[in-house]
Design a protein around this ligand. Structure first.
Ligand SMILES: Cc1ncc(COP(=O)(O)O)c(C=O)c1O
Length: 377
């Protein structure tokens, strides 16, 4: 459909084009070029972690980090209110995803339910920072992980730049992941990155990322030496072209976040006055970067009515997220059914994500607001 207002649009400037063109013009090292390490250095620096390693998607990054942490068996607690990749990565690594409920403020994992779901087989907790908001209970989840000797791996795909006081999301746990897919805070089309303070995990990630190949001093593409392969690995590498774009986007991250926050503020001011709309929450000391702008309606019927009328007005909206535990794969292979996570199912039935992106202008926001008012009043 040709939407009058799409749900998201990438923010770009001419220097983004130029940085990609420069790698192309070079005619060499479209793979493993200097942009890769530069991006990794700058992201590690941006979130204050020792190591960062880039991947060709957030999903491959998540899969790799679970393998690097040896999560090839046992149980991993995940939210069901997330993109399917959070749970799929656990399955692909060889462990079992166990879905836990979320709280109704930041849509992060619910601490009490996480505790309930811990068994002798639990090996890790995998919280999600939803839509640019820090997971409300990330510190409590860290304590639980410590108390029960579990790993804490953060899916911060949607929340680069989001923080609690000065602590960036993605840095609370043993490792964290960010995505650069086209609807994320900054984007390179596709891409992902893992951050960690562990040198051991960093080395393991390198093996998973590139065929299990030992490349300490010699990059495969620039050496004539025969290299050794010490495990089976994937090709999960980001291209230099992608890294160049991610680097150029990273230069603008403060500006992009500012534009996102300004637009959220504009929506908040008006939508908060409309009865029956719950606007996204920004908790005290939490810095929301609004990768998404998700409102909550009073019930599913109203949500569906609003969704329909915005669609008719050419405004794209989407339900982020329908519960993952109710998708066919999880019903059929892990025996989940409707009613297993009542809180998640209820919240999921009422949320609606509205368009929000840096270039969304006041006229467009006014049009969205007018259509919302027309429908709900
Ligand atoms: C919460 C969450 N986890 C994981 C991913 C996977 O990232 P990617 O699309 O880069 O593979 C996404 C993004 O789509 C996401 O929103």
């Amino acid at each position: 459909m040709n939407w009058k207002i799409p749900l998201f649009e990438a923010y770009w400037e001419e220097d983004d084009v130029e940085s990609v063109a420069n790698v192309i013009r070079r005619g060499r090292y479209w793979t493993t070029g200097p942009e890769i390490e530069q991006l990794e250095k700058e992201i590690a620096n941006y979130v204050s972690k020792k190591y960062a390693l880039s991947f060709n998607s957030g999903t491959s990054a998540l899969h790799a980090v679970l393998l690097a942490h040896d999560l090839t068996n046992g149980e991993v607690i995940v939210p069901s209110f997330t993109f399917i990749s959070t749970a799929n990565s656990v399955v692909l690594a060889g462990a079992k995803p166990v879905f836990a409920e979320i709280e109704n403020e930041s849509y992060g994992l619910d601490v009490e339910d996480v505790k309930e779901k811990i068994t002798s087989k639990t090996r890790a907790i995998l919280p999600v920072h939803y839509g640019g908001a820090p997971c409300k209970n990330i510190k409590a989840l860290k304590e639980i992980a410590n108390d029960y000797n579990l790993l804490l791996i953060e899916d911060a795909a949607e929340s680069l730049g989001s923080r609690i006081k000065n602590e960036m999301v993605g840095t609370f746990g043993h490792s964290g992941m960010f995505s650069f897919c086209q609807n994320k805070v900054i984007t390179s089309g596709e891409g992902g990155i893992i951050v960690s303070d562990s040198g051991e995990i960093y080395q393991k990630l390198k093996l998973v990322r590139s065929h299990g190949r030992v490349e300490n001093e010699n990059d495969y593409f620039s050496t004539t030496k025969e290299l050794d392969y010490i495990q089976a690995g994937y090709n999960y590498r980001m291209s230099s072209i992608t890294a160049a774009l991610a680097l150029s986007q990273l230069k603008k991250i403060d500006k992009i976040i500012k534009l996102r926050r300004e637009r959220a503020k504009y929506f908040n001011k008006i939508l908060s006055k409309i009865k029956g709309i719950k606007i996204p929450m920004e908790l005290q000391d939490h810095y929301h970067v609004y990768q998404m702008y998700t409102i909550q309606l009073e019930n599913n019927k109203i949500r569906e009515k609003l969704r329909q009328s915005l669609t008719e007005a050419g405004i794209m909206t989407k339900v982020y997220f329908n519960p993952v535990h109710l998708k066919t794969f999880y019903r059929e292979n892990f025996n989940y059914k409707q009613g297993d996570l009542p809180k998640t199912e209820k919240i999921s039935g009422k949320v609606l994500t509205l368009p929000l992106y840096p270039k969304l202008n006041n006229k467009e926001m006014d049009y969205i607001i007018e259509k919302i008012k027309n429908c709900l009043w």
